[in-house]
Design a protein around this ligand. Structure first.
Ligand code: ASP
Ligand code: MG
Length: 324
């Protein structure tokens, strides 16, 4: 069993979704659990909906949500699929909330609204994949991933969620090769939606990899692999073929925008290799991250902007003298 994660950029247009289908078709006969993010910048758009709603601007929030809605309806139509009924259920749930007045914390509403990006994208893509010989089962991950109610940075309940994976996800693979679900989101024991924090889908994929004892996890990105610097800032940046979990944790710790920092631990605990591959050119080898120590790494550069270096010293070196 392999776990795949496709981020927003890989599914930002009809052409890109068709490209993702081609990648999946290359794995015919293998068992795949596939996680998708929200399309393109939909999470940012939904954040604006949540902000307008919480500021009491109901009409603005509905108008902003209408754009998100229209975009998914257009997409669904272009993919010539049957997702309209499922999409409508998700739209109704959000619109119903937007007609209310906020009485709880911002973070609670943020999660209830923003979580729909992943639900909408997976509904569209699952239906489309069914029509192109990638028969799959769609799962609402909120029925699987139980979290606490720390909205916007929820913590997974490993025991409960593992039980659900065993009860619901594992048996599904007896009847299908492909299970499609959402990254980034979960639910509390009161069925309130929660999120793991921005860019949290990598982490969701790692939780599934761990719970399913996956042979590998692949994160499909628009870059050719993990690089030693941001190529937009350093044109001479190079791809690193192989990295250890420890190197990646260190890179993430210092702020490299490689992979969501919580992603490595669940993989490291079970020695599951993490592949970073390019959805624009899937034949490239990409980067493999594993237990293997890495030798001869190039220098790794992490740029941090707007930093201030402060130097503090005593005027007369009095303290220095007394310690001598
Ligand atoms: N859609 C969410 C975000 O953009 C989660 C993710 O993509 O990992 O932050
Ligand atoms: Mg993303």
């Amino acid at each position: 069993m392999k776990v795949f994660k496709f981020g927003g950029a890989s599914i930002s247009s009809v052409e890109r979704i068709q490209n993702v289908a081609k990648i999946i078709q290359q794995y015919k006969g293998e068992k795949l659990l596939i996680i998708f993010s929200a399309m393109g910048k939909v999470t940012n758009d939904l954040e604006k909906v949540a902000n307008a709603f919480y500021a009491g601007n109901k009409e603005e929030s509905l108008a902003l949500f209408y754009q998100v809605k229209q975009m998914h309806l257009d997409l669904s139509q272009q993919l010539n699929n049957q997702a309209i009924a499922e999409l409508s259920n998700i739209f109704t749930e959000i619109e119903w909330l937007l007609h209310d007045k906020p009485v709880r914390d911002y973070d609670y509403y943020y999660d209830q609204i923003v979580c729909c990006g992943e639900l909408l994208s997976t509904v569209c893509i699952s239906e489309y994949l069914n029509t192109v010989d990638c028969k799959n089962e769609w799962i609402d991950v909120r029925d699987i991933f139980r979290t606490d109610d720390n909205f916007r940075e929820a913590n997974i309940d490993w025991t409960f969620s593992q039980q659900k994976v065993n009860e619901i996800i594992k048996p599904l693979f007896n009847n299908t090769d492909i299970v499609i679900t959402q990254g980034f989101i979960g639910a509390t024991d009161e069925n309130e939606s929660t999120t793991f924090g921005r860019e949290g889908s990598d982490y969701s994929a790692a939780i599934f990899s761990n719970m399913l004892d996956a042979e590998s996890q692949t994160i499909w990105k628009d870059v050719e692999g993990v690089m030693n610097a941001d190529p937009k800032l350093f044109p001479a940046a190079q791809i690193i073929d192989q990295l250890s979990y420890l190197e990646v944790i260190e890179m993430a710790y210092y702020g490299a925008q490689v992979i969501h920092p919580k992603t490595i631990k669940p993989l490291q605990n079970k020695g599951i290799p993490l592949l970073v591959k390019c959805f624009l050119n899937p034949d490239l080898p990409g980067t493999i991250i594993s237990n293997q120590p890495t030798l001869n790494l190039p220098p790794i550069i992490v740029m941090k902007e707007k930093q201030v270096l402060m130097q503090v010293s005593s005027r007369d070196f009095h303290l220095l003298k007394t310690t001598w």
